[in-house]
Design a protein around this ligand. Sequence first.
Ligand SMILES: *[C@@H]1O[C@H](CO)[C@@H](O)[C@H](O)[C@H]1NC(C)=O
Ligand SMILES: *[C@@H]1O[C@H](CO)[C@@H](O)[C@H](O)[C@H]1NC(C)=O
Ligand SMILES: *[C@@H]1O[C@H](CO)[C@@H](O)[C@H](O)[C@H]1NC(C)=O
Ligand SMILES: *[C@@H]1O[C@H](CO)[C@@H](O)[C@H](O)[C@H]1NC(C)=O
Ligand SMILES: *[C@@H]1O[C@H](CO)[C@@H](O)[C@H](O)[C@H]1NC(C)=O
Ligand SMILES: *[C@@H]1O[C@H](CO)[C@@H](O)[C@H](O)[C@H]1NC(C)=O
Ligand SMILES: *[C@@H]1O[C@H](CO)[C@@H](O)[C@H](O)[C@H]1NC(C)=O
Length: 219
Amino acid sequence: MVLMYIATSLAVSIAAVAAQGGGFVNPTTQNGSFFLTANDGLGEPLNVVISGLSSPEVLTDNGFLNFARAVGLTQDCSIFPAGTPFTANLGDGGGPQNQTMELREDFGDPLFGSCLEVFMGGVHLRVFRQSGPLANTSALFLAVSNEEDLFHNHTIAQNGYDTGRDLFANTAAGITQFNGTSYNTTVQNLIGVMPVGSQGVNHGIPVDGNATLLTVTIV
Ligand SMILES: *[C@@H]1O[C@H](CO)[C@@H](O)[C@H](O)[C@H]1NC(C)=O
Ligand SMILES: *[C@@H]1O[C@H](CO)[C@@H](O)[C@H](O)[C@H]1NC(C)=O
Ligand SMILES: *[C@@H]1O[C@H](CO)[C@@H](O)[C@H](O)[C@H]1NC(C)=O
Ligand SMILES: *[C@@H]1O[C@H](CO)[C@@H](O)[C@H](O)[C@H]1NC(C)=O
Ligand SMILES: *[C@@H]1O[C@H](CO)[C@@H](O)[C@H](O)[C@H]1NC(C)=O
Ligand SMILES: *[C@@H]1O[C@H](CO)[C@@H](O)[C@H](O)[C@H]1NC(C)=O
Ligand SMILES: *[C@@H]1O[C@H](CO)[C@@H](O)[C@H](O)[C@H]1NC(C)=O
């Protein structure tokens, strides 16, 4: 899978973005976390944020699904069991919340659709909405990963959180469209929102500590 890095993406501190009304609240300032909560204490990083300043339709379940399809993902394959459900505490006063939906990369096969991802590896994401009483921003927090193929037992690729994040963000950047709706997506790099390394991270996969903020406008 080819990664294309966007040289022009802006790198900013999360404090600066949140202070400027970036359309989300930093979960860690309000007892939340940039990691999912798993039973064993190890979580996947919430490494992509869809800003609450995006077009309102994009932040709805169906609207996000259409946007995700524009980026090449579809709903989780129903033949294979969905991954373990996780919860996330986004610091919005709502406490730990179940994921809103789970999506996998769509390889465009008319029969198998996203099920092919199980064989080819690809991007997988879980979606959580920041909508509790203390931070009702409507921002979507995504845990994005790049999975290995079945021969690797369908686990997360080496550096699969960072590469999954970059692949998703770089594919989303600029103009995309699906089913008659066009999107213009701007990308900002949120530096140092979580510790660098693999401590506390699911599967012991190291992360670079950054997340990506996407602002998605319907054009
Ligand atoms: C903080 O979050 C933890 C874990 O989700 C929860 O058990 C605790 O009750 C929360 N505390 C407050 C003050 O919200
Ligand atoms: C999350 O889902 C589980 C299983 O479906 C359910 O038992 C639990 O009540 C849900 N938690 C929340 C906070 O909605
Ligand atoms: C959040 O805002 C929406 C409208 O934007 C409203 O429908 C919802 O009830 C609010 N939720 C909370 C917890 O305040
Ligand atoms: C996949 O899982 C099987 C059975 O659990 C194990 O024997 C095998 O070593 C695993 N393969 C890889 C590449 O991790
Ligand atoms: C495309 O949009 C139409 C009209 O909104 C809707 O009925 C249809 O289900 C959409 N198709 C897909 C594949 O989302
Ligand atoms: C997309 O957004 C960027 C940044 O706001 C803007 O410069 C550009 O003109 C927009 N493109 C379209 C087609 O709306
Ligand atoms: C992540 O942030 C660090 C600074 O903390 C920076 O050096 C690095 O280039 C960033 N990684 C990416 C992929 O942008």
